[in-house]
Design a protein around this ligand. Structure first.
Ligand code: EPU
Length: 439
């Protein structure tokens, strides 16, 4: 498919200003939360990305009216007439997103039943959903797996319960929040994820009338209420997209001002960026990231749950590390297969060796289990343009960064995948001076 290819002429530093809007990993979930209310909700700072379109379609199938609000990037979601949807339609609309699984709790509350199709999402590991179904069972849901998907029923009102997650999963924590807020009684969630997007979702739910308190030790306590209203909320900015642009500035020796980027949720990234030798300055409207000249420095890096170094920052940063002098060590502890994208970087001239062992301070769940989840990046390397096929969202954007940093021309296939999480990325690239052609 020719329209899914981008031709990138590398070697030009990216320079200029772009804007990031609401976080991909919050906005679709806040949209799902609107289903729980009995009044319309207003969500602001909504980016024009595929995951938003998928959730919008699924909400509409279930009777929620979704329209643009007065403000640019505002959605008004009215859940007054929630209804069952046709299974085949749900399947057709779910696309390659993982968000549909978060419809379970809200639909069980509103309709007493739900259908969840097979899930998509990026191929960066097995990505099971066992935690989700385990917690829903604890609330009292009855779950049946069918070849087309999963059918869930709530024979009676779901009941609050005590849950301990085996791992602080973002999605499973959201599943618990979106289910517990209307369940009868109290839910205690231990080992919860506390990513900024989760805290923002809690803010959304609190605006709707939920009672949720966060403990100091990854414990979240939710007191179920009988009814929720709507919300008016401005989504937290996309710290993952902002970091991708920061890495693009570093790898191409450029200078990018990211309007909308916020220091608070990016502190860990900013520390690492500085250790590598990147420069940044923060003001009220955003963050400027640039390569200050001179050599970049190799580092040791371990991804982790928040407040650790976010896994979604890892892939773009690895591209920048190919330009650092010395040996960098990267230990990916969240997804077992998030380093596969490096083989294409090696074809471009990078020197990245993968290991099954946990290289770095902490042994993780994937050690000695045959997953190539640690990398040694030896740099600096001169990258050359190549024929690239995008493997996943962040890996895909990382390939674009590599192609822009490389000498010569690259053909990047499968770029449509990037639209899942990067709003208008081609316009932004052009605004930064990238030499790209979409044939
Ligand atoms: N896991 C299980 N069973 C489950 C759920 C998760 O074993 O039922 C495991 C996963 O396989 C993984 C780990 O737990 O090894 C963490 O997964 P988590 O549930 O936290 O991830 P997620 O909710 O599926 C969200 C983001 C990801 C981001 C992760 C980690 C969305 C839509 N996706 O995924 O974002 O990497 O949290 O912060 O919010 C991306 O933006 O490119 C992306 C992949």
């Amino acid at each position: 498919m020719t329209d899914d290819v981008l031709i990138v002429h590398g070697g030009t530093p990216l320079e200029g200003e772009i804007r990031v809007r609401g976080a991909k990993n919050l906005v679709p979930k806040a949209m799902v939360a609107a289903l729980l209310g009995h009044e319309p909700s207003r969500l602001r700072n909504v980016p024009d990305i595929r995951d938003v379109k998928v959730v919008r379609g699924l909400l509409q199938l279930h009777g929620v009216t979704v329209r643009a609000g007065e403000e640019e990037g505002e959605l008004v979601l009215d859940p007054t007439y929630v209804e069952s949807a046709n299974v085949a339609d749900i399947d057709a609309h779910a696309g390659s997103s993982r968000i549909p699984i978060l419809f379970c709790g809200p639909l069980l509350h509103r309709l007493g039943h739900a259908f969840i199709p097979g899930l998509g999402g990026c191929d960066i590991g097995g990505r099971p959903v066992d935690f989700h179904f385990d917690v829903l069972r604890q609330f009292g849901a009855v779950i049946e797996k069918h070849p087309q998907g999963t059918v869930l029923n709530a024979p009676q009102r779901l009941r609050g319960c005590k849950i301990e997650l085996p791992y602080p999963s973002v999605g499973a924590t959201e599943q618990v929040l979106l289910t517990a807020v209307l369940a009868e009684g109290v839910t205690e969630l231990r080992n919860a994820a506390i990513e900024p997007e989760i805290v923002d979702l809690i803010c959304v739910l609190q605006k709707m009338g939920a009672i949720i308190s966060m403990g100091t030790d990854r414990t979240i306590l939710i007191t179920g209420v009988d009814r929720l209203g709507g919300y008016n909320h401005r989504a937290i900015p996309d710290r993952l997209e902002a970091a991708s642009w920061a890495c693009a500035a570093l790898a191409t020796q450029g200078d990018i001002y990211v309007h909308g980027a916020r220091q608070l949720e990016m502190m860990t990234f900013l520390n690492t960026f500085r250790k590598v030798g990147g420069a940044f300055s923060v003001d009220d409207d955003g963050i400027r990231f640039w390569h200050p000249g001179g050599e970049l420095k190799a580092i040791a890096l371990e991804t982790d749950v928040h407040p650790g170094f976010q896994t979604d920052w890892q892939q773009p940063l690895v591209v920048a590390l190919t330009q650092a002098s010395g040996l960098s060590i990267v230990h990916e502890t969240v997804y077992e297969s998030r380093l596969g994208f490096t083989s294409a970087l090696n074809q471009m001239g990078a020197h990245i060796q993968l290991y099954r062992e946990c290289l770095g301070g902490t042994p993780c769940r994937f050690g000695q289990r045959n997953f190539l989840h640690s990398a040694v990046v030896s740099g600096p390397s001169k990258l050359q343009g190549a024929e690239l096929v995008i493997p996943d969202l962040r890996g895909g954007f990382s390939y674009l960064i590599a192609a822009l940093a490389a000498q010569g021309t690259s053909r990047v296939h499968g770029i449509d995948l990037i639209n899942r999480g990067y709003e208008n990325f081609m316009d932004k690239l052009r605004a930064l001076g990238a030499q790209i052609e979409a044939p």
